[in-house]
Write a protein that binds this ligand. Structure first.
Ligand code: ADP
Length: 345
């Protein structure tokens, strides 16, 4: 015959917070993790004085009364962070004991919330141009049917709104591609100096249209590193395009690339790409959030300039893949500087 397992030893060995409540409604035993979670010496106490949340109390009462197995949610605060646990309440055979085990589902809940927020944001971003298009189609069919001048003007706006939707869908696809590749280390050796130079050449017409002067300071020799060429082009393009867009008419944008023997933030030899503008700058409270999806420091200006709010989020994912960092400094009225720090080893 095998010896019955002692409940307290089984509970002590569990890797999650767990406790047992006897038929007398007292906590018979609990492990160290449960003690930490409840934040009080709970052994021997009536369970209601310890687990005060109604859904948990109800689940325990049901289990003690008729041996039913249920789950409940337990909300708490750990180190200043709201934390959610799923509590599984199960009877232990016919002993009349209820076993409670806690599973931390905070990250899962947060991921679900992020997904919902993202879908709501995308829908909202797409609906705005779509509503405009529907309105103009209606007008062109009705009131403006025979008005050639109005038709020209409306078609112009409709074309802008379609371009905005197209850019948004393009950025969403880029974002999902860079996210999918984030864990794959790039394996090609590329010359970063020529990538920056090529991007500058591509963006020269845009800068000229915006009456912005591009000033560059790049090493004349190749600067090789292991990286994804297309993704580095995208980082340079997004940062320089932003500097041109937000920097403003008649201003200059400075782009430089240098090798530094010791980059403090990387604790390694690295490459520093700096994109600096002379625009209105960004207030300090926005700086930590700029790389979030759809976050805009200046909502009105971003929309007016056709921004999608995704450019810097894409940059952040690409930099994560390259174990690189971004440092944004700005003084309102003085311009902004976006520094990309790429490790060379
Ligand atoms: P957007 O498509 O709106 O430009 P980004 O992700 O590229 O989206 O940038 C996020 C926000 O950061 C922008 O909406 C803008 O408010 C701010 N921003 C980015 N670059 C600059 C800059 N060079 N100067 C001022 N603000 C900037």
């Amino acid at each position: 015959m095998t010896t019955p397992l002692p409940v307290s030893e089984v509970i002590a060995a569990l890797p999650v917070p767990a406790l047992a409540i006897g038929a007398t409604e007292q906590i018979i035993t609990l492990n160290h993790a449960a003690q930490q979670l409840l934040g009080m010496p709970a052994q021997g106490r009536h369970f209601i004085t310890v687990l005060r949340q109604p859904s948990v109390v109800e689940a325990v009462e049901k289990c003690l009364a008729n041996g039913s197995q249920t789950t409940a949610e337990y909300l708490t605060r750990e180190n200043g962070i709201d934390t959610t646990y799923t509590v599984s309440v199960s009877p232990v055979g016919k002993t009349g004991i209820a076993l409670l085990s806690f599973q931390d589902i905070t990250a899962v809940t947060a991921a679900g919330q992020m997904r919902r927020d993202f879908i709501a944001n995308v829908s909202h971003e797409l609906r705005t141009p779509l509503t405009a298009l529907m309105g103009f189609i209606e007008t062109l069919r009705g009131a403006a049917r025979d008005d050639a001048k109005a038709r020209g003007r409306f078609l112009e706006i409709m074309s802008k709104e379609t371009e905005r939707m197209n850019r948004l869908v393009g950025d969403l696809l880029s974002l999902s591609r860079v996210e999918a590749e984030e864990r794959v280390r790039p394996d090609a050796e590329v010359d970063v100096s020529s990538i920056v130079a090529m991007t500058l050449r591509t963006l020269t017409p845009l800068a000229m249209d915006a009456d912005v002067t591009l000033i560059s300071d790049l090493p004349s020799d190749p600067v090789m590193m292991r990286a994804d060429r297309d993704q580095l082009v995208q980082v340079c393009t997004n940062l320089i395009e932003n500097a041109i867009k937000y920097g403003g008419k008649g201003k200059r944008v400075y782009v430089s690339l240098s090798v530094e023997e010791h980059v403090q933030a990387l604790r390694a030899r690295g490459l520093v790409l700096s994109v600096r503008d002379e625009g209105p700058g960004i207030a300090p409270q926005h700086l930590p959030r700029l790389t979030e999806r759809f976050y805009r420091a200046d909502e009105h200006r971003s929309r007016e300039l056709g921004g999608t709010g995704l450019g810097l989020a894409i940059v952040k994912h690409i930099l994560n893949r390259h174990r690189a960092r971004i440092k944004i400094t700005s003084e309102p009225g003085q311009g902004s500087e976006f520094k990309v720090l790429l490790p060379l080893e």
